[in-house]
Structure formats: structure tokens, C-alpha cells
Design a protein around this ligand. Structure first.
Ligand SMILES: *Cc1c(COP(=O)(O)O)cnc(C)c1O
Length: 377
């Protein structure tokens, strides 16, 4: 099955009970048993729900794993995966990881004895020097946010195997349409399905896919024990969103290429960050690892004042956090998503006050470029 076909026919695409082509929303908490333990595979919806299972089977197929799991948010998925570890264990993560992932590791899981170190994972030496006797996993985000740094998943997964560590990849930005970490050697894939997979700014959800029966058993145990599951209505919305992921990503790619081209030629733009650019420091890894560079672009307009001017004049890019939706979004990371990072650390990472991040949507690209043009004047 090719990729667009799999988005539509992967998982459990029709309801075996009725033939319904849109998988039904099983809005139910419990299931009638014919005798004690005599059930049809479902006992209680925290443990399993048919609509959620249809989504879990779909993401499993899309990522090429052993089992999929749906959670109430990306952070719930991440937390459940970290609950595979024990007090005293250590995890290495990408330094410019999503702010919420940084927060849960350093303000919540640290209290339970799960220790973390953040390194530039695009530098293999930096990972090697962070490995400790109690290290259990390497968590990668690639591309990163907002500077779109790329880590070589295959190389890191190989290193992780040599040291007996799990490789976990947050695949939110690329989606399984453009990047398949399990094929590259990863053990666990995470998604904030709130972004491209849902794609319509209407659902908060998280997904995890694992590559072995043992991890599937362990993660199902955590999911059922801690209970952060996704409800049937939101599971259905995600299945619906995923059906059009292919055409959305293809169209986003075209729009983004045109916008990057425009931004690069504009005198008010000091620097453009996009992994599809040959001048991007990790472009060669990106080319090897992804089929598309995605719809996230960051660019520097020089100062907070210039960024504010741009924001005050822009029409079609909505000022908002989040990304990956049909509508184009714009944000200023230093004062929004990354405001909690100390200013010196932001400077080290290159997240300047004039850095603007856009998530390119599906409007006509001529409108988007005209809009940027008038707002940059
Ligand atoms: C949004 C996001 C998350 C968190 O997901 P939620 O659904 O908001 O909980 C994790 N990782 C990345 C890369 C994200 O963009």
C-alpha cells in the first residue's frame, strides 16, 4: 500500500459490525459480558474502546510499528512513555526540545527520580559524552522548534543500540507522511496529534507507537494504569483528519517552498531557517531522512520592534501558538512558546527577539506572499 492509500485504508477503515465506512464513534464506557470474563475484546473504555482502537491501529500502520496508543494530549503520550522508566533512570533529550517536554522532564518527572540531560543531538559526540551508567533512552525531536535543527535518527538509533538504550522520536513536525523513525531504527515514536495529524485546530491529542511486543505490553499497562486516554469523539476527529494528511502535507510543501523563496529574497529578512534550504547546516541529513521538509519556517527580522510591526500588519497568518493546521499561524517564540527559557539560554540557541515562526497553511500561496510582503514593508 502506498502512503496516501494507507492514510485511508490503513488501520480498521470500516466498521466490521455494520460496514459503516466512517468508523463509528463508540460513545461507551462499559460492555456487556455474557458471563464473567466472556466479552468481545472490550470490558471498559479506559482499557480499550473500539473508536480509539481504530485510531491506534491506523497510527501503528502509518508508523510501521507493533502497536499504537492514543492519549488525551501529546504531553500525556510523552509522560506515559517516560513512565516506562524507573526512579534512578536517566534520559538524554534534544536541547531545543518542545517547551512542554522540557517542563515535564525538569519540573515533574525529576521529582519522581527520572533524571534528564539536554544536548545538541545533531552532534553525536555530545550524545556520547552524556551517556551515563543509568541512561535508558535518547529522546529526539527532529526537526526542532523553532530553529528546525535536524538529528540523524539512523545514526543515533545505532549508537543507542550499541549502548542498550531506547530511541524515542517526537515525529510531530514531519508526521509519518514525511518521516518514519521506526524504519530508521527508533523504538518509540511520539506525536502531538493536535498538530498536523488532526490538522484543523479542533482537537488536542497525543499518539505513541512502539516497535516491539514487549514495549506494546508495557505501554498498554501504563496507559491503562495511569488512564490518560483519548475519548471516542476526539479519536474519530483524528481518524478523519488523518485521511487528508497526504494532500495537506503535499500542498503545504508547495506553499512553503514559495514562501521560503520569497523570504530569502526580501531585504527586511536577515535569516531564514528551513531544512529544505541547501544553506541549512543539516540539509544533507534532512534530504536523506525525510521525504518532505514540512511547513514550519522561522525567520529573523532583526528586532522585537520589527517583529511587532509585522504582526500588527499581517492578516492571513493568525497570531497563535500551535502549528500544523489548515490556517497559517504566526508566532514570536522568544515571547510566546519559548518565553520560559532564560534570555542567555535563548541567545545561545539563537532564539532572538526578532525571530518569527510561521506554520504555513493551505490558503492560496499568492495571498500569503502578498500578505507577508505588505507586512514586511
Ligand atoms: C505541541 C507539541 C507537543 C505537545 O503536544 P500537546 O498535544 O500540546 O500536549 C509535543 N511535541 C511537539 C513537537 C509539539 O509541537
Amino acid at each position: 500500500m502506498k502512503r496516501k492509500t494507507k492514510l485511508i485504508h490503513g488501520g480498521i477503515s470500516t466498521d466490521p459490525a455494520t460496514g459503516a465506512v466512517s468508523f463509528p464513534i463508540y460513545q461507551v464506557s462499559t460492555y456487556k459480558q455474557e458471563g464473567v470474563g466472556g466479552h468481545k475484546g472490550y470490558e471498559y473504555s479506559r482499557t480499550g474502546n473500539p473508536t480509539r482502537f481504530a485510531l491506534e491501529e491506523l497510527i501503528k500502520d502509518l508508523e510501521g510499528g507493533e502497536a499504537g496508543f492514543a492519549f488525551g494530549s501529546g504531553m500525556a503520550a510523552m509522560t506515559a512513555v517516560m513512565m516506562l522508566f524507573n526512579s534512578g533512570d536517566h534520559v538524554i533529550l534534544t536541547d531545543d526540545v518542545y517547551g512542554g517536554s522540557f517542563r515535564v522532564m525538569t519540573k515533574v518527572l525529576n521529582r519522581l527520580g527520572i533524571d534528564s540531560t539536554f544536548v545538541d543531538t545533531s552532534n553525536l559526540e555530545a550524545i556520547i559524552s552524556a551517556i551515563k551508567p543509568n541512561t535508558k533512552a535518547i529522546h529526539l525531536e527532529t526537526p526542532t522548534n523553532p530553529l528546525l535543527k535536524i538529528t540523524d535518527i539512523e545514526q543515533v538509533a545505532k549508537l543507542a543500540k550499541e549502548h542498550g538504550l531506547l530511541t524515542i522520536v517526537d515525529n510531530t513536525f514531519s508526521t509519518p507522511y514525511w518521516q518514519n523513525p521506526i524504519e530508521l531504527g527508533a523504538d518509540i515514536v511520539l506525536h502531538s496529534a493536535t498538530k498536523y495529524l488532526g490538522g484543523h485546530s479542533d482537537v488536542v491529542a497525543g499518539l505513541a507507537v512502539v516497535n516491539s511486543k514487549k514495549l506494546a505490553e508495557d505501554l498498554h499497562f501504563v496507559q491503562n494504569s495511569t488512564g490518560g486516554v483519548l475519548g471516542p469523539q476526539d479519536s474519530w476527529l483524528l481518524i478523519r483528519g488523518i485521511k487528508t494528511l497526504g494532500i495537506r502535507m503535499e500542498e503545504t510543501e508547495k506553499n512553503t517552498a514559495a514562501i521560503v523563496d520569497f523570504l530569502q529574497g526580501h531585504p527586511a529578512v536577515k535569516k531564514v531557517y528551513y531544512p529544505g534550504l541547501e544553506t541549512h547546516p543539516n540539509h544533507s541529513i534532512a534530504k536523506k531522512q525525510v521525504r518532505g521538509f514540512g511547513g514550519m519556517v522561522s525567520f529573523d527580522v532583526g528586532s522585537a520592534e520589527n517583529a511587532d510591526n509585522l504582526l500588527s500588519k499581517i492578516h492571513y497568518f493568525t497570531l497563535a501558538e500551535s502549528l500544523g493546521a489548515v490556517e497559517s499561524l504566526i508566532s514570536v517564540p522568544a515571547r510566546m512558546t519559548h518565553a520560559s527559557i532564560p534570555i542567555e539560554r535563548r541567545a545561545e540557541l539563537g532564539i532572538t527577539d526578532g525571530l518569527v515562526r510561521i506554520s504555513v497553511g493551505l490558503e492560496d500561496v499568492e495571498d500569503l506572499i502578498d500578505d507577508l510582503k505588505q507586512a514586511l514593508e
